[in-house]
Each structure stands twice: as C-alpha cells, then as structure tokens.
Design a protein around this ligand. Structure first.
Ligand code: AMX
Length: 474
C-alpha cells in the first residue's frame, strides 16, 4: 500500500472515530505533519489551545441544547443517569464497556506500545492516549517512562510518616495520607500562592500530576514492604525499566509474567469516565483548585469504599469464605447455597453489578483471557469461573439488581494470588495506583478548559414536596 493511501486510511479511521465519539478536532490532525513530539507537555501545549477553541465555539452554538429532564427518583437514587460532567478521557457505554478516547480494551491491548518482551500495553502509553486522544508511538511511551523514573523520588517526611504508621492502619488509609503529605511538593500550590495567570494553571497541574504518578509506585511499594515484608527497602528506580516493571521489582517480585500482568492491571483500572466515586471526587476537589495531591488523595478515600475499589479485597474475602465453608470439592448446588446465604444475610455479592454497565465488564473479560492463557488450572480461577455460571441467575432472581454481570473486581485478586501476592487488603492500593492515570489526565484537562468550581443544586424533601404540590395545583 502506498504511503499516501495508508495515511488517508489512517485519517479516515480517525475521522470516523472522531465523529463517533465526538473527539475534538485537534485529535484528528494527521500524524504525519511535522516532526514527532515525544514530550507530553509539549504535545499538550499544542492540543490545549486548539481544544479550548473547539469547546468555546461548541458551547456558544449549542449551550442551550437540552440533555433531558431530572426526576425526583434520580435525586434520591444516587443521581444515577443524570448527565452533569464533562470527562474527555473516556466514555462508558452500558452495553459495550469502557472506551479510552474511543479505543476499547482489546484495541489498547493491540495498539498501545509494549515493553521489550511483554505483550500487554504499557500504562505510560495509555496515559499519553488519555491526555492527547492519540495512540502514542514507542518513543512517546518511552519518554513518559523516563520522565516518571526521573520524578519518582519521595520527600523524606513521607517515608518517615509511612514507617511510623501502625500495622493496623489499612493500606488505603496509609496510601491516601502519604499522597496528601506529598502536597509539600506541589508546584501548583506554590505557583498559585505567587499569583499565576489562570491560563497557566494546567501547566502546573501537569507538573504535579507527572510527579505524583511517578511517586505512587514507590509509596505503594513502601506500604507493601512495611506491612508484609518486614520493612525491607524498595530499592532504587531503574531508569531503563518501565513504570510497571519498576513497581514490580520494588514490591519484591521477579516473575516477568507478573510484571506483564501488572502492565495490564495498571492499564485497565485507570479510567471509567467521570461519574464513578474516585474520579468524581478527584474532579470535585480539584474544582476548588486544591492541588493534584489533595484532589487525588480525596479520590483514593472514595476508592477505599467496599462498593467501589475495595470490592477487589471483598471478592477475595468472599472466595476464601467459600473455600473455607464449602471446600474446594464443591458442587454447583453448594455454591448456590453459599451465594444465597450471603444475600439472605443482607450482604452484596462483591464483584457483581454496576451502576452503569449492563453487560459483563470487558475489564473482567480481559483478565479472564489472561487467566485462561496462563493459569487455566488455578483452583481459585476455577472457582471464579464457576461463580460466573451461577451468580448472574441468582442476582436476577432478586428482581431488583439492574446488572447481574461481573465487574472488574470479580477477577483481579485471583490473578494477583496466583503470582504470590496473597495480601488481599493491599489490592485496592494497586487499583489506586492505576486510577491516578485517569483522574490526573482529567484534572489536567479540567484546568486546561477552565472548568469552574463544581456546585450542583440540592433540595430538601420539604421543599421538593412543596414544589410537587404547587405543580399539581396548576
Ligand atoms: N449483590 C447484591 N445486591 C446487589 C448487587 C450485588 N452484587 N448489585 C446490586 N444489588 C442490589 C443493590 O444493593 C440494590 O438493592 P436495594 O434496592 O435493596 O438497595 C439493588 O440491587 C439495585 O441496585 P442497582 O441499581 O443494580 O445497582 P447500584 O447502581 O445501586 O449499585 C453497585 C452498583 C456496584 C454498588 C452494586 O452493584 C454493588 O453493590 N455491587 C457489589 C459491590 C461491587 O462489586 N462493587 C464494585 C463496582 C465496580 C467498582 O466500582 N470497582
């Protein structure tokens, strides 16, 4: 195929994707114009003014376009389905699952750059994609790896603080506290106090975000080693290794297959559009111009809830409960009985259900494919597979569950257990490391697009009752 034809096809594909997912015009520029930019901030410096103009024009022309009504059910029902946020990095389709800038998880597995010898995508590449809307080249992903390696150092007070935490403080509480304490390093907070122009906010948010993402694996690994490896040193970052490979070594693991699993894990947990608790919290706190350390720590506190990120820990507790009570020689009937007993005790089945999705989560599916390839005979994987056959039917029988299918958390712990990471209380920390990619890419764009402080309207029941009565009299 000629170079021109191939470029035209690429552009055609990009235009189709842009039309389908309403990507900004800046995302469909031909890759072939000008020399390749490998520095992410320089790339954003080109894209941001273009996209600001696109948004300005769009809002000026269509600002009064209605997206539907809000019902009282929605006010009392966790705002489910209310359209109230702009998140440029990803869109969640109830029937399809997540698309990162229009790309599905299998697309990302195929198209994102890989580490030498690895087959799973580099989270560095995904971060580039989330920030820019463009699939990065190997050189662009590598440049991000190197930047993160260079920015990974921790302030000593954070290391001391982590050392002093009691071992009964949950790893997520330690993680969020350490991230908050890194606020001493905030370039945004410093620049703001010196009086920077609002047009420049995004540049400092970008700097803090890159610094924070770089530091997260070291913070997380210190927590892991303090709690489960007698406080042994996490060692130095190797600037020639990618972000996940360094994290893998800092945690104390050696199996390259586990490093590749971490790449997949850190990619797929990154972003799930804007309304989920962690992303929304980070966005909300950031809208007050709290710096990225404070904003993301707030998001982590939300992720630590059992109905959100902590579900990955809860799933393992659930699976171990089954193994303890029903044994590994279980029958389908035995499994069903256990699930019903959990429901009758007024508890949820962790790892199942979703506020938006109405199909099996593609993040579950890709982890299942990984397991089928590398650990098909793992007993815990077999249990997860057997539950997949019975839980949806049981949940449907309850008559109220809107999505009976498994979500991301139903699968992740099983893979980690297989590679030796048995400490289930730690699992949400891994989720948190990954979630930073989505939350912080969005935070950069929120400041780039100068989104205002978030402040939705609330009502009291009494006021709503008056409103309804008044409407009935008309
Ligand atoms: N087990 C038992 N009951 C469930 C259920 C489950 N897995 N999922 C939903 N339900 C119940 C709800 O508790 C609710 O009951 P209620 O009316 O008596 O209060 C009813 O079904 C309707 O809920 P829904 O509209 O289907 O779900 P939702 O949007 O309110 O909640 C979620 C979504 C994820 C919190 C819920 O499905 C759940 O609790 N799942 C188990 C926990 C879990 O896996 N969380 C992780 C989600 C993914 C993530 O964020 N990481």
């Amino acid at each position: 195929m000629s170079v021109w034809k191939s470029a035209a096809l690429t552009l055609n594909h990009s235009f189709k994707r842009a039309l389908l997912y309403q990507l900004p015009a800046c995302q469909i520029r031909s890759k072939t114009t000008g020399p390749e930019i490998t520095n992410l901030k320089e790339e954003l410096a080109v894209l941001i003014p273009e996209h600001r103009e696109v948004v300005k024009k769009f809002v000026a022309e269509h600002g009064k376009f209605s997206l539907g009504e809000v019902t009282i059910d929605q006010l009392y029902g966790g705002m489910r389905g209310i359209k109230g946020l702009i998140t440029e990095t990803s869109v969640l389709d109830a029937e399809f699952g997540i698309r990162f800038r229009g790309y599905s998880i299998p697309d990302c597995q195929k198209m994102l750059p890989k580490a030498p010898g690895g087959i799973e995508p580099l989270p560095e590449g995904l971060f580039w994609l989330l920030c820019t809307g463009k699939m990065p080249s190997d050189a662009q992903a590598k440049a991000v790896s190197q930047e993160w390696a260079n920015r990974a150092g921790l302030p000593s007070h954070v290391v001391t603080m982590l050392k002093n935490f009691p071992s009964n403080l949950h790893p997520m509480a330690q993680f969020s506290a350490a991230v908050t304490a890194c606020n001493s390093e905030s370039k945004f907070a410093k620049a703001y106090s010196q009086g920077i122009h609002r047009d420049k906010y995004w540049e400092y948010i970008y700097e803090d975000s890159m610094d924070l993402i770089a530091k997260l694996p070291t913070i997380a690994a210190i927590i892991y080693r303090n709690l489960y490896r007698d406080g042994t040193s996490v060692g130095a970052i190797d600037p020639n290794k990618d972000w996940s490979a360094n994290f893998h070594s800092q945690l104390g693991y050696e199996d390259p297959q586990f490093a590749d699993l971490l790449r997949l894990y850190l990619t797929i947990h990154s972003d799930h559009e804007g309304g989920n608790v962690s992303a929304h919290t980070c966005h909300l706190v950031g809208s007050a111009l709290s710096d990225p350390y404070l904003s993301f720590a707030a998001g982590l506190n939300g992720l630590a809830g059992p109905l959100h990120g902590l579900a990955n820990q809860e799933v393992l507790v659930f699976l171990k409960g089954i193994q303890g009570k029903v044994g590994s020689d279980y029958t389908q009937e035995g499994l069903k009985e256990y699930v019903w007993s959990q429901l009758k005790a007024g508890q949820v089945v962790p790892g199942y259900g979703h506020a938006v999705l109405r199909v099996t989560d593609p993040r579950y599916t890709c982890q299942r494919e990984f397991a089928l390839k590398y650990l098909p005979n793992d007993p815990l994987f077999r249990l997860v597979s057997d539950l997949y056959k019975i839980v949806p039917d049981i949940l449907l029988q309850l008559g109220k569950v809107k999505n009976p299918w498994p979500n991301v958390d139903a699968h992740s712990g099983v893979l980690l257990q297989h590679y030796g990471m048995k400490e289930m209380n730690y699992y949400t920390v891994l989720f948190g490391v990954s979630r930073a990619l989505g939350c912080l890419a969005s935070l950069i764009w929120s400041r780039a697009l100068r989104f205002p402080i978030e402040r939705p309207k609330s009502y009291s029941t009494a006021l709503l009752q008056q409103m309804v009565q008044k409407a009935a009299k008309k």
